[in-house]
Ligand binder design. Structure first.
Ligand code: FAD
Ligand code: NAP
Ligand code: SF4
Length: 685
């Protein structure tokens, strides 16, 4: 079993012969073993955005990735994800893709179009599936397809493959996992048919196999067909391992070129890609499948650095590694690995905040650590014409992104940081169990500061008078914890989140956390976890009930989380569900983790006072239900206040003053906004 890797806070180095080895597919050769997995960016739906889509893919082809897979395109209207979602059903649509495929080919890359039929995951009333069983993630119940209807879907796949070839694609990926249409036919959970497309495992496999066969017949022998195959459904009544292996055999025989291993349905209650999932958590499944077939097998999910990709390939667990988000974060990932510059990689921290969460909000995707992602034509970072002397005050995410971007553009930059290390509040975030990846961002910035000769003054609180001679001063002095107006808030049992997590101040066995925003939830996980499951694969699997797929249908067992070492109460004044403001793709994971640890979640709370007995609370406007939480420690996670006195002090002095990040606005601050603001400001200097 792959040992989860600790994020490399220092300098990852090394050479990666297995990653960089070409792969001969018979009729064409991939230049290395890195595939960019499919991601919906939001630019696929409208032809007017295809110039941006072309620039986005071209930048990644230039960065060395061997083969990229587009976001999903539906082969017909009923299969589309939502009304107006991307589809490829006519030559007129295919012609528009030429600018994308040509742009990629000019850069020496290859690109495959993903054919995605959503089935019961469609958000429209015309959804179809194997059986009329509603999914928990769409309000529309699908219609069960007739025999003729099934045949019509197969023809639509074949036509879509033909059009992809006409559009200049090097291949297609047929999406058969994550609980989409084909997966719905495969699993008894969603296929209750008794005709030739259901009933027996062989009948349930017929549709995907016939789809591959039809696409091969329509596209010819020299066209890449990737089949994305679910190696663990992670839902009840999913497939057995025996069924999965039988499917792989038949998919190969039907003409697939490559099998890409997918994991977990969208409705699964096991996280598969968030940052708390250990690195490489699912590579063993690809390793188990690989000996069963003779075509190349791809592994994916939580592989974000070359060391792990190399290890997985060197151990023979897979033939190729698919990374999606890591190539949003750094389009030059492969080039940097090839040139021995892995320490310069801007690592995907698996936060989902600017990619998947945007997709779910119908916003164009981007990347928290790389705001240029999917905005290549609008956020241009060319060299400066006039070199300016720039002081950046504060080395949190806002200041770091501003300093690095300004220096990369050729400005002379000096960075002042009051504490002894880089990172600001991100340096607290990375101490939360399951957020270890955040250290990679600080490592990236540290290396970039060094490479671009930024003068870094750690342990130096900048004063106004020493900034007077700069052309520009960027005030990125961030935030400090808010101290709420509660009687007894100065009691010795009260600590701020920064004192608990950053300074490691002792915390008792019984704890009340005041404030249940992102930081309150994180602190609850910090106080209820002994050792981070993100670093212990077996423990993580126990916590989330991931079983051995060879022994259990769907690959799931009853979860058995490690008990919490403390009793923790998490409180907020609002009546709403705790963690409501967290990301769509991560909030449920945090809520489930807190529940598993027995954290008592209290909403609609009034804080009456804190004294030797503990925290006195009541509920609602009537202030009823008085209760004393007999706790040893009260932790304040009650939001932040901006620290920006420097900006006021510098007004009307020589330099141009710019205020960014938390120093600018503390409300609803996160690292996504801080980094974007820093990068965009430095792009304009
Ligand atoms: P800060 O990070 O506060 O940095 C400001 C820096 O300025 C500090 O290092 C400070 O020492 C320095 N400074 C202040 N005054 C001076 C001076 N006069 N001279 C020199 N230096 C000075 N965000 C997310 O997006 N996703 C998350 O999952 C997430 N998790 C979090 C978990 C925790 C536990 C915490 C605490 C925060 C988390 N955040 C998260 C929030 C994120 O870290 C902040 O939004 C971000 O750090 C704000 O960036 P900033 O640069 O504006 O300010
Ligand atoms: P937050 O989300 O604004 O939450 C602050 C909490 O404190 C709320 O629960 C609020 O709820 C309470 N509060 C505010 N003022 C109070 C007062 N005077 N007295 C008592 N309670 C008070 O902020 P945060 O948790 O400090 O997080 C800061 C930022 O970091 C967030 O904007 C978030 O985006 C980011 N972050 C993100 C993640 C992530 O996973 N994406 C994780 C951590 C942090 P009530 O008003 O209901 O009591
Ligand atoms: Fe990775 Fe977060 Fe960027 Fe998405 S937003 S690509 S998860 S770093």
């Amino acid at each position: 079993m792959t040992t989860p890797q600790r994020p490399s806070q220092d300098t990852p180095t090394g050479s990666y012969p297995h990653v960089l080895e070409p792969l001969d597919l018979g009729f064409t050769t991939l230049r290395n073993r890195i595939i960019m997995g499919s991601m919906h960016t939001g630019l696929e739906d409208k032809a007017k955005d295809f110039d941006r889509l072309a620039a986005y893919f071209a930048e990644r082809a230039r960065g060395g990735v061997a083969l990229m897979v587009t976001g999903g395109f539906s082969p017909n209207l009923v299969g589309s994800l939502y009304p107006g979602a991307s589809k490829l059903t006519s030559s007129r649509e295919a012609a528009r893709h030429r600018q994308v495929t040509d742009a990629v080919h000019r850069e020496g890359g290859k690109i495959a179009l993903q054919i995605l039929h959503a089935g019961r995951y469609s958000f429209h009333p015309f959804a179809v599936s194997a059986s009329a069983i509603k999914s928990p993630i769409s309000k529309f119940k699908p219609r069960a397809l007739s025999e003729r209807g099934v045949r019509r879907q197969i023809r639509a796949y074949a036509r879509c493959g033909e059009l992809a070839r006409e559009a200049g694609y090097d291949g297609v990926e047929i999406m058969g996992s994550e609980g989409y249409f084909l997966n719905q036919f495969l699993a008894p959970r969603t296929n209750k048919r008794e005709d030739g497309w259901g009933g027996t495992p062989a009948n349930r496999r017929r549709l995907p196999v016939e789809v591959v066969r039809a696409v091969r017949a329509a596209t010819g022998p020299d066209f890449i067909i990737i089949y994305r195959l679910s190696v663990a459904d992670l839902v009840e009544d999913g497939q057995t391992w025996e069924e999965i292996v039988a499917l792989a055999h038949e998919i190969e025989a039907a003409g697939a070129t490559i099998i890409n291993c997918g994991v977990g349905w969208h409705e699964a209650r096991v996280p598969t890609i968030v940052t708390s999932v250990p690195r490489g958590a699912f590579t063993d499944l690809a390793a188990a499948l690989r000996p069963e077939v003779s075509i190349p097998v791809v592994t994916s999910n939580r592989i974000n650095m070359p060391e792990l990709a190399e290890q997985v390939l060197a151990e023979g667990k897979a033939d190729l590694v698919s990374m999606a988000r890591p190539l949003l974060a750094d389009p030059d990932w492969v080039a940097k690995a090839a040139e021995g510059r892995a320490d310069e990689i801007n690592t995907c921290i698996a936060c989902n905040q600017a990619c998947l969460d945007h997709t779910f909000q119908n916003k164009t995707a981007s990347c928290l650590v790389n705001p240029r992602a999917v905005h290549e034509t609008t956020l241009v970072l060319g060299p400066t014409v006039t070199r300016r002397r720039v002081a950046v005050v504060g080395a949190g995410p806002a200041g770091l992104s501003a300093a690095v971007t300004a220096a990369q553009r050729g400005h002379e930059v000096e960075l002042f940081e009051a504490s002894d290390d880089l990172g600001g509040q991100f340096g607290i975030a990375m101490r939360i169990p399951g957020k270890e990846e955040f250290a990679e961002t600080i490592r990236y910035y540290r290396r970039q500061l060094d490479l671009h000769d930024v003068k870094v003054r750690l342990g130096h609180r900048a004063e106004p008078q020493e900034l007077a001679d700069f052309d520009d001063v960027i005030v990125a002095t961030g935030v400090e914890p808010r101290i709420p107006d509660i009687e007894g808030v100065d009691h010795p049992s009260v600590l701020t989140y920064a004192e608990v997590v950053r300074e490691g101040r002792p915390v008792g066995q019984r704890v009340a956390i005041i404030g249940a925003g992102g930081i309150g939830v994180d602190v609850a996980e910090f106080l209820t976890t002994v050792e981070s499951p993100a670093l212990h694969l077996d423990e993580w699997r126990r916590e989330w009930g991931v079983g051995d797929p060879e022994g259990t249908r769907g690959g799931i067992v009853a979860p058995a989380p490690e008990p919490s070492p403390r009793t923790v109460h998490l409180l907020q004044r609002k009546d709403s569900k705790i963690g409501k403001g967290l990301g769509k793709t991560t909030g449920w994971v945090h809520r489930a983790a807190l529940q598993a640890k027995g954290v008592e979640q209290l909403t609609g709370v009034n804080y009456e006072r804190i004294d030797d007995e503990g925290l006195h609370i009541t509920f609602g406007e009537e202030r009823t239900g008085a209760r004393v939480l007999a706790v040893d420690t009260v932790v304040l996670c009650t939001g932040q206040e901006s620290v920006n006195g420097l900006a006021t002090a510098l007004a009307d002095t020589g330099p141009q003053v710019h205020v960014i990040g938390g120093a600018d606005v503390a409300a609803e601050l996160d690292a996504k906004r801080a980094i974007k603001q820093g990068t965009e400001l430095a792009a304009r200097l």
